[in-house]
Design a binder for this molecule. Structure first.
Ligand SMILES: Nc1ncnc2c1ncn2[C@@H]1O[C@H](COP(=O)(O)OP(=O)(O)OP(=O)(O)O)[C@@H](O)[C@H]1O
Length: 770
C-alpha cells in the first residue's frame, strides 16, 4: 500500500532534480478541448490562428500556450498525418521554457522540437535548430517543412556544401536547421570579414539543440578551428625515422588514456645522441624539441586505420567516436606534416590558426538555449553548471518494456568475443534482429570479419556517409538483420521492427524484438543507454546486454587494482563484486571526463575574455569609422594627404582594411604565443605548480597593449601604403590575408602535449576571405 503511494508521488513530482511537469500537464485537457474547433478551420485560417500568437512577447501566457499547442498539434496532424502525443506537447512546453527535454528514442523529438521552434519563431525569435551533423539538419528541415508552412513560419537549412549567399538566405529564415560545426565555422569566418556586407551570421537568438547531451557535454570541449594557409610545411622524414627507432616504456611513456606521450630520460639521451649531441632543453635549437614531440605524437599516439587512414597517397582523418572519414580535414599544422612524414606520403600545405571557438562558447552566445535528448538526467549537473539548463524528464508515450540484462563478464577480450559471437549465432537462428555497438571503427571491422568467418553476415556502419548509414540503420530491425556500429549518437534514425516499412513486424515481435549487444561498456553510462535505447521504442519488445572483459581499456585503466576471480570453463566471471568494479571503472572514467571538461573551460576563460575585447573592437572598426578617426589622429598629415589624393571614402576604406588586418594578424600571433606558452608550461612546470595559474599569470600581461600595438602597426602601414589608379594599394602596405582558409574540429586537452588527437571532421576549404 505504502509502496504504491510512494510510486504515485514520484510519478506526480517527476524525477528528483528534474523540472516539475505539473504546470504543463494541467494544460493538456484545455489543449484537447480546442481540438474540435480547430478541425473545422481551413488551412489558411489555421495559419492565421498561428499568426495571432505573434501579438505578444515571450514567455507564453497560459492561454496562448494552450492555443500554440493546439494549433501546432492540428498543423502536424494535417501536414504529416501524425497527431502529436500528449508527451510530445509536454516536450514542446518544456523547450519553450528553456529546458532540456529528456525523451526516449522514437518518442518523436523531431516533431516536438519543430513545434517549439515554431513557437519561438511566432514570437519573433530567430531560432537555430542545432543537430550533430548535416544529414540530420537536412532531413529534419525537409521533414518538418510542411508543418512550418501551415504555421506560417519560414524554415531553411545550412549544409557543408552551402555557398555564402545560400547561408545568408538560410539565416534570414525564422528557423534555421544546421549542424553545430557549420554554425561555428560561419561564426569564425565572420570574424575575418573586412566589410559589413560580407557578414553572414545574424545576432544569435534561440538555440534548440538536438542530441543535447552529445553536443553540450561530449563535444563541449571541442574547439572549432579556422586556419589559414601560410608556407608549405617541410617534411621531416628524418625525424619520423628517428622516432621509429624509439621503444615504448624505455624511450617514451604514454599516459593511461593514450592522450600524452613523453620522452623518458633514456629517450632524451637517445634522441640527443642521434642528433649529434644537440641539447633538447637548452633552447639553443628551438625548433628541434617541438619537432621531436610532433614526430613522437604521430608515431606513438596516432594509429593508422584507427585515427586516420591512408588513401590515394593522402592521410585522411577518421572521427574516432563516430567512425566517419572526413573529406578535407587535417590536424593542426605540424602534426599533419608529422603524420605525413611517418607514412611517407607527400606533405600537404600547412597553415596557422586564425581563430577558434569551443562548442560550449558557441552555444553560450545564444541568450536562449534549450534542447532534447534521450539521455539528459545523467548529465543534469553539468548542464546546470555549464549552461544553466534544467532537465525535464518526459515519460514515454507507451511504457518501455525492454529488458536490460546484466552484463556478461569475461577474463580476456578473446573470451568475451567468443561468447558474443556464440550468442549472435544462437540468437540469429531465431531471426531476431541484432544490433552490436562497438567502441571504434577498428573494433567494428574486426568483429565484422570474425562474424563473416562464422557465416554471420552483417552490415557495418563505419566510414560511409551519414545518409547511407541512415538507410542501413533504418533496416536494422528487419528479420534476421545483424548490424555493427560505433556510438549511436547522431545516427538519428528510428529502428522499426520488421524493417523500415514494418512489413515483417509481427514475425520480429514474435522473435522478441531488437536485441542490442554492447561489445564492451562505453566511457559513460549515458553512451551505454544511448545504445540500449535503440531497442524498445514506443513500447516495442526488446532486450539489451553488454559483454565486458576485465582487460577492456575502460576497466583496466580506471579500476586497475587486480583482484582474483573465478571463471567458468568459457572464461566467464560470475563473481558479482567484479560487476561493481566495472560500474566503478565507468564512474571513474566519467569523473575524469568531467574534470577534463572543467579544466578546458577554466583554461579557455581568459582567452575568451581577451577574444571578446578584440572582437568588440573589431566590430567597431567594421561597422563604423573608428579606424579612419584613429588614423586621422595618429597620422594627421598622411591622412590629409590621402584624402586629397583619393578622397575620403577610399581613405576610410584603406584605414579600415589596414586596421582590421593588424588586429587579425595580432590575434593570430597571440594565439600562437598562447599555444607555445601552454606547451612550455607543460614541460617546465609539470607536477610542480598549478599550470592554469601559471598560464594565466603569463597570458594576461602578454595581452596588455594588444589594441595599442595593432593600432601602431596600422599607422605604420598607412604611412607606407602606395597609391595607384586613385586607390590605396593596401596589399602594397603589407596587408596579406590568407589566400585559403579551412576549418576543422580538434579534441583539445590543455597542458598536454603540443597537439591533441584530432577528432576532426570534414570541412570545406574556402578560398579568399570566405
Ligand atoms: N505523434 C506521432 N504519431 C505517430 N508517429 C509519430 C508521432 N511523432 C513522431 N512519430 C514518428 O515516430 C518516429 C520517430 O520520430 P523521431 O525520429 O523524431 O524520434 P526521436 O525521438 O527523435 O528518436 P531518436 O532518439 O532516434 O532521434 C518517426 O518515424 C515519426 O514519424
Amino acid at each position: 500500500m505504502f509502496g504504491r503511494m510512494a510510486a504515485r508521488v514520484r510519478q506526480v513530482l517527476g524525477k528528483p532534480g528534474s523540472v516539475d511537469l505539473r504546470p504543463y500537464t494541467k494544460l493538456l485537457t484545455s489543449i484537447d478541448d480546442r481540438e474540435s474547433a480547430l478541425l473545422e478551420l481551413s488551412d489558411a485560417e489555421l495559419t492565421a490562428k498561428a499568426a495571432e500568437l505573434g501579438n505578444a512577447e515571450l514567455p507564453y501566457e497560459r492561454d496562448d500556450l494552450v492555443e500554440l499547442c493546439a494549433v501546432g498539434r492540428e498543423a502536424a496532424r494535417r501536414a504529416l498525418g501524425e497527431r502529436p502525443f500528449d508527451v510530445q506537447l509536454l516536450g514542446v512546453m518544456a523547450l519553450l521554457d528553456g529546458h532540456v527535454a529528456e525523451m526516449a528514442t522514437g518518442e518523436g523529438k523531431t516533431l516536438a522540437g519543430a513545434l517549439a521552434a515554431a513557437g519561438f519563431a511566432l514570437r519573433g525569435q530567430r531560432v537555430h535548430v542545432i543537430s550533430v551533423n548535416d544529414y540530420l539538419a537536412h532531413r529534419d528541415a525537409e521533414w518538418m517543412a510542411p508543418v512550418y508552412d501551415l504555421l506560417g513560419v519560414a524554415v531553411a537549412r545550412i549544409g557543408q556544401e552551402s555557398g555564402t549567399e545560400e547561408r545568408r538566405a538560410a539565416y534570414a529564415a525564422d528557423v534555421t536547421y544546421a549542424s553545430v560545426s557549420e554554425l561555428g565555422f560561419d561564426v569564425l569566418r565572420d570574424r575575418l570579414a573586412t566589410d559589413e556586407s560580407a557578414l553572414v551570421v545574424p545576432e544569435p537568438g534561440v538555440a534548440l539543440i538536438d542530441e543535447a547531451d552529445s553536443v553540450l557535454v561530449d563535444e563541449a570541449r571541442v574547439p572549432l578551428v579556422l586556419a589559414g594557409a601560410a608556407e608549405a610545411a617541410e617534411s621531416d622524414a628524418a625525424m619520423a625515422d628517428l622516432v621509429r627507432e624509439l621503444r615504448p616504456r624505455i624511450h617514451y611513456e604514454i599516459d593511461d588514456e593514450g592522450r600524452n606521450v613523453q620522452l623518458t630520460d633514456a629517450g632524451i639521451e637517445a634522441v640527443e645522441e642521434r642528433l649529434d649531441g644537440v641539447d633538447l632543453y637548452s633552447g639553443d635549437d628551438p625548433g628541434v624539441l617541438p619537432g621531436v614531440n610532433l614526430a613522437l605524437h604521430a608515431h606513438a599516439l596516432l594509429e593508422r586505420d584507427v585515427h586516420y587512414i591512408v588513401r590515394e597517397g593522402e592521410v585522411k582523418l577518421v572521427n574516432e567516436s563516430r567512425g566517419r572519414i572526413a573529406l578535407l580535414q587535417r590536424w593542426p599544422d605540424g602534426l599533419q606534416a608529422a603524420v605525413e612524414a611517418k607514412e611517407g606520403v607527400a606533405v600537404s600545405e600547412t597553415g596557422e590558426v586564425l581563430d577558434s571557438i569551443t562548442v560550449q562558447a558557441l552555444l553560450l552566445r545564444y541568450p536562449v538555449r534549450c534542447g532534447m535528448t534521450g539521455t539528459a538526467m545523467a548529465v543534469a549537473d553539468q548542464l546546470r553548471e555549464f549552461y544553466e539548463l534544467e532537465v525535464a524528464v518526459i515519460e514515454p508515450n507507451k511504457p518501455c518494456v525492454r529488458v536490460d540484462e546484466a552484463d556478461r563478464l569475461y577474463a580476456t577480450p578473446e573470451e568475451k568475443e567468443d561468447a558474443l559471437v556464440a550468442e549472435v549465432a544462437e540468437v540469429h537462428t531465431t531471426g531476431r534482429p541484432i544490433l552490436i555497438g562497438t567502441q571504434d571503427v577498428a573494433e567494428s571491422e574486426r568483429l565484422a570479419k570474425r562474424l563473416a568467418a562464422e557465416g554471420l553476415d552483417c552490415a557495418v556502419l563505419n566510414a560511409k556517409n551519414d545518409a547511407e548509414e541512415a538507410g542501413v540503420i533504418a533496416e536494422a530491425g528487419s528479420h534476421g538483420a545483424i548490424t555493427v556500429s560505433t556510438q549511436m549518437a547522431g545516427r538519428g534514425t528510428d529502428i522499426r521492427l520488421g524493417g523500415s516499412d514494418m512489413a515483417d513486424r509481427d514475425r520480429v515481435v514474435e522473435a522478441g524484438g531488437l536485441y542490442v549487444m554492447g561489445y564492451g561498456r562505453y566511457p559513460s553510462s549515458r553512451l551505454d543507454d544511448q545504445l540500449r535505447g535503440r531497442s524498445g521504442r514506443q513500447g516495442d519488445p526488446g532486450s539489451s546486454r553488454f559483454f565486458v572483459s576485465v582487460e577492456d581499456d575502460l576497466v583496466a585503466n580506471n579500476a586497475p587494482e587486480s583482484r582474483g576471480y573465478e571463471v567458468t570453463a568459457e572464461g566467464e566471471i560470475t563473481d558479482s563484486a567484479w560487476r561493481n568494479t566495472v560500474d566503478h571503472a565507468q564512474r571513474v572514467a566519467e569523473g575524469r571526463l568531467l574534470e577534463l571538461h572543467r579544466n578546458t573551460w577554466r583554461y579557455s576563460k581568459l582567452i575568451d575574455l581577451q577574444r571578446g575585447v578584440v572582437l568588440e573592437h573589431r566590430e567597431n572598426v567594421l561597422s563604423g569609422d573608428l579606424a579612419d578617426r584613429q588614423l586621422a589622429s595618429d597620422r594627421p598629415e598622411r591622412h590629409a594627404e590621402l584624402v586629397e589624393e583619393v578622397g575620403e571614402e577610399e581613405t576610410a576604406r584603406a584605414a579600415r582594411l589596414v586596421t582590421l588586418y593588424h588586429l587579425d594578424r595580432g590575434w593570430t600571433d597571440h594565439l600562437a604565443f598562447l599555444a607555445d606558452l601552454r606547451e612550455g608550461i607543460h614541460l617546465r612546470f609539470l607536477g610542480r605548480r598549478n599550470p592554469l595559474d601559471e598560464f594565466n599569470a603569463e597570458a594576461a600581461p602578454a595581452f596588455k597593449g594588444f589594441l595599442d600595438d595593432a593600432r601602431a602597426r596600422a599607422a605604420e602601414a598607412f604611412d607606407e601604403a602606395p597609391v595607384a589608379d586613385g586607390r590605396v594599394d593596401v596589399a602594397g602596405a603589407g596587408v596579406k590575408r590568407p589566400s585559403i582558409t579551412w576549418t576543422y574540429m580538434v579534441q583539445e586537452h590543455p597542458f598536454s602535449t603540443e597537439f591533441e588527437t584530432v577528432v576532426g571532421r570534414v570541412r570545406n576549404a574556402v578560398s579568399g576571405n570566405r
